[in-house]
Design a protein around this ligand. Structure first.
Ligand SMILES: Nc1nc(=O)c2c([nH]1)NC[C@@H]1CN(c3ccc(C(=O)N[C@@H](CCC(=O)O)C(=O)O)cc3)C=[N+]21
Length: 295
């Protein structure tokens, strides 16, 4: 059997289309959702992502600004910029691209962001609200994974789900969302004993460890749904400029075993950006006290 390939790129394009319609409806109420992205330093991969975020926000009719700061920016200057964005009524979403250059404290930066504008869902207020089932801004990548899972499987109740990876931005909130969707959740990581065996029990396997092709074909339960969150650039092959982009799953082997699987690129990545726009609209509506046009 070969797996159904989950087309995250197409799903994300459809979602952005629906979001653009919501933005147009909000314009009639005098609200234009605004996103501010802060990029410190010159990491080339981050430059590409930030460029896509800005372009797609504008395509959806939102206001979008990118604040580019040198890698040597003092912590106090970064915090001052965040304070000014917190106070800016045209800004509803603030995202500080991670990782930050050495010398800057990501924890302090996240704490400085107004939780109402924290479209990354990293502030302890949002992480805590997600954990207790209260309204929260939810991190974009796990939201995108849930949308793809619901689209592929419908009701997830009772499914055994395994999350490989425990980051604050991805693994932990993913576990919370799967639990809220009535899955039986296992949180696994690089130190998990008998990891292949744990993975083989999962009906839903979400890989977010950041290790290229770590999950092998024989780790996957036949028919399972595999969501590959990894974005790993391999070293360039001889004579090539850029290395190949691969996930945390050995895709060629996995697709012979899984029931459905997301590719890299074209899977979770585009969903992350669409969910960032979604969160920015949610934040704008809450700040202005208006209902979301899309319900
Ligand atoms: N505060 C913060 N929030 C983030 O959400 C965040 C971050 N920092 N730092 C970096 C990671 C990475 N990230 C991606 C977003 C989109 C793609 C994406 O669109 N990928 C495409 C193409 C990738 C390519 O061709 O290079 C795909 O997978 O098809 C990938 C990765 C968000 N991140």
């Amino acid at each position: 059997m070969t797996a159904h390939i989950i087309d995250g790129k197409a799903f994300a394009a459809g979602l952005r289309q629906r979001l653009a319609e919501e933005v147009a409806a909000l314009a009639g109420q005098g609200v234009q959702p605004g996103l501010a992205v802060v990029l410190v330093g010159e990491d080339p991969a981050s430059q590409v992502y930030v460029g896509s975020k800005e372009r797609m926000a504008k395509e959806a009719g939102m206001a979008s600004t990118v604040h580019r700061l040198p890698a040597e920016t003092p912590q106090a200057d970064l915090l001052a910029l965040i304070a000014s964005l917190n106070a800016d009524p045209a800004v509803h979403g603030i995202l500080v691209q991670l990782p930050l250059p050495p010398g800057l404290d990501p924890q302090a930066v996240v704490l400085a962001i107004d939780p109402a504008k924290d479209v990354d869902g990293l502030h302890p207020i949002n992480a805590g609200n997600l954990a207790i089932g209260a309204p929260a801004l939810v991190p974009c990548t796990p939201s995108g994974c849930m949308m793809l899972l619901r689209d592929a499987l419908g009701d997830l109740t009772g499914a055994r789900a395994l999350v490989l990876g425990r980051s604050n931005l991805m693994g932990k909130p993913m576990g919370q969302l799967l639990l809220a969707a009535n899955c039986t959740v296992t949180m696994a990581h690089s130190r998990t004993r008998d990891l292949p065996e744990e993975c083989r029990r999962a009906d839903i396997l979400v890989a977010a460890v950041g290790r290229p092709r770590m999950v092998k074909g024989d780790w996957i339960r036949p028919g399972a749904t595999v969501i590959d969150v990894g974005i790993n650039r391999l070293p360039p092959a001889p004579g090539q400029q850029k290395g190949k982009l691969v996930g945390d799953v050995d895709f060629d082997a996995a697709k012979e075993v899984a029931g459905a699987i997301t590719p890299v690129p074209g899977g979770v990545g585009p969903m992350t950006i669409a969910c960032l726009l979604d969160n920015t609209i949610t934040a704008a509506c809450r700040i202005h006290g208006v209902a979301r046009p899309g319900g």
